[in-house]
Design a protein around this ligand. Structure first.
Ligand SMILES: [Zn+2]
Ligand SMILES: [Zn+2]
Length: 282
């Protein structure tokens, strides 16, 4: 078969879609590596720099594309994107009527990303593909644009912080990486016990990110509407054996509290995703 595309350019490698970076599932997090098609650099012969001479006769060295690729691989691996999202990409075939608006917002954010760009709060029922979309967005900004990012599950984030504080690790070591990374994803915002301590920690992280002009993306099963938000069945406070459970329909605002919610409104655009459970299909 002819592997030249119509315009005479070599067809993009299927494994890496021409980025030179392949992403595969590994134990818990997806792992990026230099694709076989790009392991030998024909540009710099392995020197990682390209040399040229300017008008004044001075030698100028600039990093070769292969060095930038290696940096992107490192950044992807530091982002800790769950293995189940190794294949997540913002590809047209993943776009449909249920996720159209959210899909376009992430595609646009990836294309025009600048440090400090407004983030996105992506709300919707469990299983509609929110985390997949966010992981696809991270793939695009890291692999194609080299931006530093991190994927954090909200529940695990709080768990890690709790254990960090109980071991007396300094706050700077625990919080600073979360505050300084260019793009932070907090997946499943609102999940868990939702104690005052947790709300304070969350407020601290997102306020500092806001002040440092960092972009934060959230997903949540809690929405802005009682009709679509997460329904939880809990025992009432004066529960007795034999009693049933009560149905809770907290909106996102009720779940995270007004202070955090109004901060989210300032720093993010909001979008709700609906639709079928995609977990089987992906
Ligand atoms: Zn390749
Ligand atoms: Zn090179």
């Amino acid at each position: 078969m002819n592997n030249l595309a119509m315009d005479g350019q070599p067809a993009a490698c299927a494994a890496c879609e021409g980025t030179g970076i392949e992403v595969l599932p590994n134990f818990s997090t997806a792992e990026a590596r230099i694709c076989a098609c790009s392991r030998r650099c024909t540009q710099c012969g392995g020197a990682r720099y390209l040399f040229s001479r300017d008008a004044a006769g001075r030698d100028i060295a600039r990093p070769c594309a292969c060095a930038l690729r290696e940096m992107r691989v490192r950044r992807y691996n530091e982002a800790r994107i769950p293995s189940k999202f190794a294949n997540a990409r913002l590809r047209p075939q993943y776009r449909d009527k249920d996720n159209e608006r959210a899909f376009s917002m992430f595609k646009l954010l990836a294309a025009e990303f600048q440090p400090g760009h407004k983030g996105i709060v992506l709300m919707g029922e469990a299983g509609v593909g929110k985390s997949f979309l966010v992981a696809a967005f991270l793939n695009e900004i890291i692999v194609r644009h080299g931006i530093g990012a991190q994927f954090q599950d909200f529940f695990h984030l709080l768990k890690d912080l709790r254990s960090g504080y109980s071991q007396d690790r300094p706050e700077s070591e625990l919080i600073e990486p979360l505050v300084n990374i260019d793009v932070l994803v907090i997946d499943e915002l609102g999940k868990g016990r939702n104690t005052p301590w947790e709300k304070d920690i969350l407020d601290g992280i997102i306020s500092q990110r806001y002040n440092n002009r960092k972009t934060t993306i959230f997903t949540s099963n809690y929405t802005d509407s009682r009709a679509t938000t997460l329904v939880e069945r809990v025992r009432s406070r004066d529960w007795n054996p034999g009693d049933g459970e009560v149905e809770l329909r907290d909106t996102l605002q009720e779940r995270v509290g007004s202070r955090i919610y109004s901060r989210l409104r300032e720093m993010c655009d909001f979008v709700t995703m609906s639709g079928h459970d995609r977990r089987e299909a992906l």
